[in-house]
Design a protein around this ligand. Sequence first.
Ligand code: ZN
Length: 313
Amino acid sequence: MSRQRVRVCEVGLRDGLQSIATIVPTETKRRLLDGLVAAGLAEIEVGSFVPPRLLPQMADTPEVVAHALTKPGLTVTALVPNLKGAVLAFSAGVHKIVLPTSASWAHSLANVRKTPNEMIAVVGEIVALRAAMPGCTTRICVGISTAFGCTIQGDVDEAEVVRLAGAAIDAGADTVALADTVGYANPAQVRRLVRAVQDRVGEKLASCHFHDTRGLALANVLAALDCGIREFDGALGGLGGCPFAPGATGNVATEDLAFMLNAMGFETGIDVARLIELRSTVLAAALPDEKLWGAIHRAGLPKTYRAAGRKAA
Ligand code: ZN
């Protein structure tokens, strides 16, 4: 039986770096990206097309995109909050954009000053923009943030998440993703919500994005894997804080995620040992004041571990 492939998308250059105060030089971002590609990452979210005055950490996104596009076979993804950002991303030639749409009204208004329905209208405008640009093949993914709960409003109605996912696909988005922006999800909830969204949009629910804020990210990945999800976001060193929980852990660490998936027999194409090395030689070196997270870097790979692509003895 051939091994099942699971795709891991590295979001540290966006989700990680946007949440810290340090502005990482473009050259360091390039080195990180080179290292991630060398370690086998097939998709990298390289930045965000937001106004530089709002997020100076992301001001060099066009340069990082240009560098990423030189890597053969790499899917280059960028976050886009609005139509203006989509124009820039499409012109830059990114392969995929992620449009964050919050399932929480309170979070949506605080974050993008739009209601969830207004964001769905933006999805429609971006789909129309793509159709009007000859030769534009950029895929449009709507990332439903705060899908599992919200620090501002608390509970997020699951029916509302399902409705938004359906509305995004109806508006012409290619895929949707579920994001646990603030680390509220638990595995039972993940199973329930993933199935409910799959009932509405099927395989167009492509990926899940978990934060390890409360230590449940890998458990939540497992629950989503059980439901057939085969794409997950992660950030090297677990970078990516939560503005509402200072000191909290960030995204699930890519090296831990890839280790678990590889050890379970999934094919990720990722060389975990190289990721661990990249974490210390480039990421930790570039961010000496930033706390990094994750587990596998501490003890290293177990002797029984078989690297991706190697046949079991
Ligand atoms: Zn995130």
